[in-house]
Design a protein around this ligand. Structure first.
Ligand code: SF4
Length: 487
């Protein structure tokens, strides 16, 4: 059994020093770090991954998985016995600690001797808490997760969980990532971190300051993805509209942008072999008209936006320190719908923020109800350490938060149904996922309508022209594939 009484924590300063060092000394320190690997071959060893949270985490897990595969590891499904289990955590997940515990338990049930690594956002925020979970061997934060291979010990489990995480100010460099092979779509990371200070949010504490890839490198990655046969790229990041600060940001001093998100999408639009680009989520204040106009005219950027709103009350938005008021949000939706009447629009909203009165919640409800949007992602506010919101007065009782969440989820279902209904009989393009689910296959249209069709292998992962049919019992749409494509 494991005795988790002590934790080795590496000093943050030494990490900064190491990062800034160059040449021989850096090499020497790196060699010291990989002592765990010395003499160990990974040939024939297996590794399995579990990802919590957002598309960004999925893209990063894929990159870490590729590093393991390059070392000779065989990738397994998380439900199978493996030598190493990697859990990539999220800071937004409710009950992250509980969830992590249960995932670790499941992994150890499959192989009690497996080496367990917990990495990512929650590992950065609460390393001690994770290190106390029975069976965890290593905990890696924001910068160290990409160096996970250096900490794997294949010969035995660690006696105590080892923590390697840095001060978040040291997460000042960009590591590019993309997912390939897991899905029909690839999540391509273009940006990381966030300089905003929304009072409810822990993401800047878990991922650091805003930084991003160069346009050249994003294009190079998009070309690699195209060569792998993937047809759709979803651009991901924490605050992708803030793209352009470069790969290395130096401490306090903020660099000026030399390019921006609009420049990026113009260049990406020229990449050959990719049928679709989807913008995952973009702050309303950064979704400028030039971007909307460009998407409306592009053959590859699809008519689908996900735009966080968080509240329909200007007072609450202000306390949340969001950088817009509801009037700007309305303008964005109007512009999108004028240029792309069939555009799908998703909305993030938080209910039960401290001090949100019944009337303010009503205002949010009515505001969203009146907007031409397609679905909501509803989050129930929960108190998070080290955020400004945790010390705000007038917390909303938990039962009331749940009630508000339910009301908005019902509104979301209504909105989605009415959006899907508006697409009936339209001719659209779908890319079906390459999975046979009881004789059916599923895919999304360019404007994010989920459709199903009897499984035909030759129709998977290629753009297929369809006519949208009716609702099915599961809430997805049926469709008719146009005759000539089946001939
Ligand atoms: S924009 Fe606000 S909510 Fe989004 S990651 Fe940044 S701080 Fe968090």
């Amino acid at each position: 059994m494991y005795n988790k009484t002590s934790v080795l924590k590496r000093g943050a300063k030494s990490f900064v020093a190491r990062k800034k060092l160059r040449g021989g000394l850096l090499l020497f320190l790196s060699l010291l770090e990989i002592h765990y690997l010395c003499g160990m071959s990974a040939e024939g060893k297996t590794v399995a991954f579990h990802t919590l949270g957002c598309k960004l985490n999925f893209s990063e897990t894929s990159t870490i998985a590729r590093l393991f595969q390059e070392k000779g590891y065989l990738k397994k499904d998380f439900s199978q016995p493996a030598d190493v289990y990697v859990i990539n955590t999220c800071s937004v997940t409710e009950n992250a600690d509980k969830e992590c515990k249960s995932i670790v338990k499941n992994a150890l049930a499959l192989n009690p001797d497996a080496f367990i690594a917990v990495v990512g956002c929650y590992a950065q925020l609460k390393p001690e808490q994770i290190s106390n979970i029975e069976g965890v061997d290593v905990v890696l934060g924001a910068t160290e997760k990409f160096r996970l291979l250096n900490y794997i010990n294949l010969s035995s489990k660690n006696e105590h969980a080892v923590i390697h995480n840095c001060e978040i100010s040291e997460a000042d460099f960009f590591v590019d990532s993309y997912s390939v092979g897991d899905r029909t779509r690839s999540f391509l990371k273009v940006q990381d971190g966030c300089d905003y200070s929304c009072t409810f949010c822990t993401i800047p504490l878990a991922r650091g300051k805003s930084r991003s890839d160069t346009i050249e490198n994003v294009i190079a990655n998009a070309n690699k993805i195209a060569q792998s046969g993937v047809k759709e790229i979803v651009l991901t990041g924490v605050n992708i509209g803030d793209f352009g600060y470069g790969r290395d940001i130096d401490g306090e001093e903020k660099k000026r942008k030399e390019y921006n998100f609009f420049d990026l999408i113009k260049e990406l639009d020229e990449v050959q072999g990719i049928e679709r680009f989807r913008i995952s989520s973009i702050e309303p204040n950064l979704l400028k008209d030039e971007i909307i106009k460009f998407v409306s005219a592009s053959e590859r950027f699809v008519p689908h936006f996900h735009i966080p709103l968080q509240s329909g009350s200007n007072r609450v938005l202000k306390v949340m320190k969001r950088r817009y008021q509801k009037e700007l949000y309305t303008e964005r939706i109007k512009t999108i719908k004028q240029l792309m009447p069939d555009c799908c629009i998703g909305v993030d909203v938080i209910v039960g923020f401290p001090g949100e009165t019944e009337a303010e919640f009503r205002e949010t409800y009515d505001f969203i109800n009146g907007l031409d949007v397609s679905y909501l992602h509803v989050f129930t506010y929960s108190e998070r350490d080290n955020t400004e919101a945790i010390s705000l007065a007038d917390p909303v009782p938990v039962a009331e938060r749940k009630k508000r969440n339910k009301m908005l989820r019902i509104l979301s279902a209504k909105k989605l149904r009415s959006f899907y209904e508006s697409q009936r009989a339209k001719e659209l393009t779908v890319i079906f996922e390459n999975e046979n689910k009881n004789g059916l296959m599923y895919g999304f249209t360019e404007n994010y309508v989920k459709v199903k069709y009897p499984y035909y292998k030759e129709l998977c992962n290629v753009p297929v022209n369809i006519i949208i049919g009716d609702f099915d019992e599961d809430g997805n749409m049926t469709c008719v594939v146009r005759e000539h494509l089946l001939a």
